[in-house]
Write a protein that binds this ligand. Structure first.
Ligand code: IVH
Length: 670
């Protein structure tokens, strides 16, 4: 064990600050300024430094985010101010009544309201003393919750230390939740590991926060939105809830970008209608709008009744569950051949939308839920757009209910259907022989995040596949004006536009192209990693599974899918044709357009965080040259401890000198 020198302490502090800054940029502002890989490198450095000098580990070091020791139980946590609940309203009339009650009690003619989403997660309280997160707790019964500090520290959008001019004592409240995407990822993981699936994002968030092992919580992609704060009165918070939330953001907290300050109830109702429409597109679940009197002195004046404030109300969205009959089940074949059972329902209104189809996910889910054709079922339209069958009303099962049979042959191409041992999904083995798989593969290829061929929509793909004019993605680049112009709802002009978009798509990037190929388990992030690490399609196609596994986030399963894809001769042929057609991209590893191209640095002395080699690699990766001696042309000298003659020469030539912390800041600014 090593005791840290003052310099190491400074470096450690600089590193902590830097990591937390990037954390804030990424998780709170949603505006990162460095790549994930660069962030990971900083984090690894911090861990290495703290391993070397364990006394550097403080309770607010970002290293705490990976989760500390396992607890035996959660301690009770008394709330300094009770955590209240909210009165609910279910229609506009109840909202007008709410305003009427307010007007009767306060000496004002109109109210300014703060309107916010009602996040569907778990309420938590965070207490900061002198800017340090001291305690995080659940709501519990409103008076006493559970101390879950260690778990909350793993939530990236919760600051461990505050920034700026903050009060000595601060309590912040908000909702910890799982995004829809995070929830799906968790359930996919659960399915792979054959563990229990979570019913909805809220349950998953609650379960994740109640883990005695914070390392488990750390693996759950939880996030937090803050919706309130308390502090010592002398700090002088603004007399506006809306502005208090803005202030919270400057201290490092995440607040909702869709909140609004409005005048009067009519504007509140308009906000509600707008959010109801925006709801399906939000990346997380909300179940209504919380409307608060904005002025904090009016809030105090209005006070609290029983367990809810008079000055706030939750205007809930209409229920998103409904009961109907399951009339039949069809099977849809996806891009990877996965057969998804789709429930054909007696049309029913679910939260304002008529639903006649819903997903049944897969055979295991059908079995788990015990669903039969003819059953009365509960249908849920979650924040996700695809409705699902949640459960069966067994006591209402009709005598003629029929079990659902999984097909043994593909309903589209009649190929064999196989369900590998231990997997939940049954797949058609027809691959690109199967029209459905081909259609989906082509839709994916042309889509916005892949080759981005504007105007090449699903209907167009379906028609062209139907007419056998598209048998493979490479056929796209051979399409002729007449072929397109003859299709439904397509004139000469639209055909020309599509041909122009096809031409334009030829100039792409390696990662988009890789993603477009639709290799199983290769999403956008993996495609980026592959292109950055291996640099060319040839290198990726010929990489061994061992090589692939050296790339971050690529494990044996992904590696085997990549290998299998490039091993297929028809995939090789398709890639060759696509390249022949003129698809091209810049070299992802080329020196061009790098932020430090044309700059020359000289390293001298001993660096504490990076080794000399690492420092050189990082600079070169950003396009800089690293030279052995200082000249007037040197951009800057990076001086570690015990720097000698090179430092003197730099001073003499007035070449800028960076210490290690400044150097790290430079690296991470890209
Ligand atoms: S304010 C005194 N704002 O709703 C006001 N609550 O039904 C207390 N919630 O326990 C809460 N989003 O967990 C507030 N924007 C928001 C909210 C919100 C979700 C939850 C919160 C509370 C529950 C009350």
């Amino acid at each position: 064990m090593q005791l840290p020198t003052l310099d190491i302490q400074k470096t450690h502090e600089a590193l902590c600050q830097e990591i937390e800054l990037h954390n804030y940029r990424y998780h709170v502002l949603d505006d990162p300024i460095i790549s994930d890989a660069a962030y990971d490198q900083l984090f690894q450095k911090l861990l290495a430094l703290e391993e070397q000098c364990p006394s550097l580990v403080t309770s607010s070091s970002p290293s705490q985010r990976i989760g500390g020791a396992v607890l035996e139980a959660f301690e009770p946590a008394l709330h300094p101010t009770p955590m209240l609940s909210l009165e609910n309203a279910f229609d506009a009339e109840q909202m007008w009544q709410f305003e009427k009650r307010l007007l009767e009690r306060a000496e004002v003619t109109q109210f300014t309201y703060s309107c916010e989403p009602k996040f569907d997660g778990i309420a938590v309280s965070l207490i900061y003393e002198n800017g340090q997160l001291m305690r995080g707790a659940t709501r519990g019964d409103g008076e006493t919750g559970e101390n879950i500090t260690a778990n909350l520290k793993t939530v990236s959008s919760i600051p461990l230390r505050l920034q700026g001019q903050y009060p000595d004592w601060l309590e912040v409240r908000g909702e910890v939740y799982l995004s829809k995407a995070g929830f799906n990822t968790l359930n996919e993981r659960a399915q792979q590991n054959q563990t229990k699936l979570f019913a909805n994002p809220r349950n998953a968030a609650a379960g994740s926060l109640r883990q005695l092992d914070p390392k488990i919580t750390a693996q759950r992609p939880l996030a937090m939105y803050c919706y309130g704060a308390f502090t010592q009165t002398s700090f002088g918070l603004p007399d506006s809830h809306y502005e208090i939330l803005s202030l919270l953001q400057t201290w490092g907290f995440r607040i909702s970008p869709v909140r609004q300050q409005v005048q009067g109830m009519a504007a509140v109702l308009a906000y509600y209608a707008g959010l109801l429409t925006a709801r399906p597109a939000l990346p997380y679940e909300i179940d209504g709008v919380v409307v608060k009197v904005d002025s904090t002195h009016l809030q105090t004046e209005l006070g609290t009744i029983s367990r809810a404030p008079r000055w706030a109300i939750a205007y809930k969205f209409p229920a998103e569950e409904a009961i109907t009959y399951l009339e039949a089940v069809d099977f849809q074949v996806g891009r990877t051949g996965a057969l998804t059972p789709v429930a054909r329902l007696k049309p029913v209104n679910v939260g304002g939308v008529t639903v006649s189809n819903a997903t049944l996910h897969n055979a295991d889910e059908i079995e788990r839920k015990g669903i039969c054709i003819g059953d009365r079922v509960v249908v849920r339209r979650a924040g996700d757009v695809i409705p699902e069958v949640v459960r069966v009303l067994l006591d209402q099962r009709p005598p003629q209910a029929q079990p659902i049979q999984m097909p043994t042959r593909c309903p589209v191409c009649d190929s064999e259907v196989l369900k590998p041992e231990g997997e939940a999904v049954a797949r058609c083995m027809g691959h690109l022989m199967c029209r459905a798989q081909r259609t989906e593969a082509i839709k994916h290829f042309v889509s916005r995040t892949a080759m981005d061929i504007e105007g090449f929509g699903a209907k167009l793909v379906e028609q062209l596949v139907e007419k056998q004019q598209l048998k493979c993605v490479s056929d796209i680049y051979g399409l002729q004006q007449e072929q397109l112009a003859n299709l439904d709802r397509m004139g000469d002009k639209s055909a020309q536009n599509i041909l122009a978009a096809i031409e334009k798509s030829k100039k792409t990037t390696l990662d988009r192209f890789l993603f477009a190929l639709g290799i199983r388990e290769v999403g956008q992030a993996t495609a980026k990693q592959l292109s950055q690490y291996l640099g060319s399609i040839e290198a990726i196609a010929s990489a061994s599974e061992e090589t692939l596994m050296t790339i971050p986030d690529i494990g044996p399963i992904v590696a085997s899918h990549i290998k299998a894809f490039f091993h297929e001769t028809h995939n090789q042929a398709a890639i060759a044709k696509l390249l022949q057609a003129g698809i091209h991209w810049p070299d992802p590893q080329s020196q061009q357009e790098k932020p430090l191209s044309g700059k020359t640095y000289v390293l001298t002395g001993t660096l504490a965080v990076l080794t000399r080699e690492e420092a050189q690699q990082r600079l070169e990766a950003l396009g800089a040259k690293v030279a052995g001696s200082v000249s007037a042309k040197t951009t800057a000298v990076i001086a570690g401890e015990k720097a000698g003659s090179k430092l003197e020469k730099a001073e003499k030539l007035q070449v800028p000198i960076l210490d290690e912390a400044q150097f790290l800041a430079l690296l991470s600014s890209f």
